[in-house]
Design a protein around this ligand. Structure first.
Ligand code: SF4
Ligand code: ZN
Length: 408
């Protein structure tokens, strides 16, 4: 792979890039103009292997950032189906991390990309080269891709203009998944794409449990398995249901046992206690236990403030990630909030007492349906656990009043 300025391969996947080492940074929590989007097109709409850059390139931008970034992957192929768009999109994470000195985190409109000083010095100074490497990886790993082109947009106004279109597509993907429940299917899926960062982590994806990164629901995983049966996502028989409230299945336990290298042999899909699902590093949010009120809060990647206990997302993410089962701390996709089985064994949405304001607004419909929308505190209402306790008492939160019965 000597045509490129940096080395390429799975050995670079776990590589982190610290602030001091970074040459340039795109996206991340400090900027809203960011997304990645794979689109299925007709063959005649694609100029094969073209990489286009709209806006300034790495070499034109000064050191530092964060700068805006959109990554558009357009593909065509007889055997490709629209269902496969999220799968192709998620591969950006894997392939970008294959590049020496390049780091990619998260997904959809949460992306965060860094290029380190070493890679820049070696000559990786253009998004064009990153695009060419991506194309090389896509075409060598996914046979069904017959034509591909990649567009990077760093022009802030242009990213802003396209973002709502992408968000609409993400929402449509999520909506489709809502109709299906765990009991409606025999097959669940497992994704081990993040094992390079967290060797004992795998995501179990069931109809009522979207993957931690939020980029893969049950339908997406089904499409991924069909597209690349040898790839990081595969189906397995869910087996016997051992506990329908907690979401424990013989098939899930077996998978966790083999994919965690024997570290864990039981997993609950719908509880944060005893045998919670593990977390890698690219969860969208963390559902966390607040001992003072024996209830839960959620903090997400883009929230730069503090929890009522004074913790930042980044530090909580540090202790939640790494592929361990940590009671009371679960990396989740925000969309899990819409699942009818959202931590159902623990009291579900009715046990949520603190949410960042934007999350509370985004999921207003389901929170209202559960009668807790106006009982949940945000960063605007409280800034310490004492204030949280007082707030919940004042508004009469049903969990605090003891009105929420745990199922089973
Ligand atoms: Fe796969 Fe889970 Fe990583 Fe998403 S977070 S890429 S589903 S292992
Ligand atoms: Zn991950």
């Amino acid at each position: 792979m000597s045509d490129f300025h940096v080395d390429i391969g799975p050995q670079y996947e776990g590589e982190a890039i610290r602030k001091e080492e970074l040459h340039i940074e795109f996206g991340g929590p400090k900027i809203t103009q960011k997304f990645e989007w794979a689109r299925l097109k007709n063959a005649d709409e694609i100029e094969d292997e073209k990489v286009e850059i709209i806006g300034p390139d790495i070499k034109d931008l000064g050191e530092g950032g964060p700068y805006p970034l959109a990554i558009l992957i357009d593909v065509a192929g007889e055997e490709l189906e629209a269902d496969m768009e999220p799968v192709i999109e998620r591969r950006i994470h894997m392939y970008a991390n294959y590049m020496e000195g390049v780091w990619h985190m998260a997904q959809r409109n949460d992306i965060w990309v860094r290029v380190n000083k070493d890679a820049f010095k070696k000559g990786l100074n253009s998004l064009k080269e990153i695009g060419e490497i991506l194309i090389m990886l896509y075409t060598s790993e996914i046979d069904a891709i017959e034509k591909i082109s990649i567009t990077f947009i760093t022009d802030k106004a242009k990213v802003e203009e396209l973002l709502p279109e992408a968000v609409k597509v993400y929402e449509a993907r999520d909506k489709r998944a809502l109709g299906l429940k765990d009991e409606d299917v025999d097959e669940f899926y497992c994704c081990v794409l993040c094992q390079s960062f967290a060797p004992t982590h795998s995501c179990i994806v069931a109809p009522s449990r979207v993957a931690n990164c939020g980029a893969m629901n049950w339908f997406d995983c089904k499409a991924a398995y069909k597209l690349d049966p040898e790839g990081p996502i595969f189906g397995f028989a869910k087996g016997e249901c051992l506990d329908d409230i907690r979401g424990e299945f013989t098939g899930g336990n077996e998978i966790i046992k083999s994919k965690s290298l024997g570290n864990y042999d039981r997993v609950y899909l719908h509880s944060a206690f005893e045998f919670p699902h593990t977390s890698c590093g690219c969860f969208q949010a963390i559902c966390f236990y607040i001992p003072e009120v024996d209830a839960f809060g959620i903090i997400h990647r883009d929230f730069t403030g503090l929890t009522p206990d004074g913790v930042k997302f980044s530090s909580m993410a540090g202790s939640t990630s790494g592929g361990k089962q940590i009671e009371g701390f679960c990396g989740i996709a925000l969309e899990l909030l819409r699942s009818p089985k959202f931590f159902q064994a623990d009291g579900g949405r009715k046990r949520l007492v603190w949410l960042p304001k934007d999350v509370k607004e985004r999921y207003k419909d389901v929170l209202e349906a559960d009668g807790v929308y106006d009982k949940i505190a945000t960063e605007e209402d409280v800034s310490s656990s004492d204030e949280l306790v007082a707030f919940l008492e004042k508004v009469g939160h049903p969990w605090v009043k003891g009105e929420v019965e745990l199922p089973g």
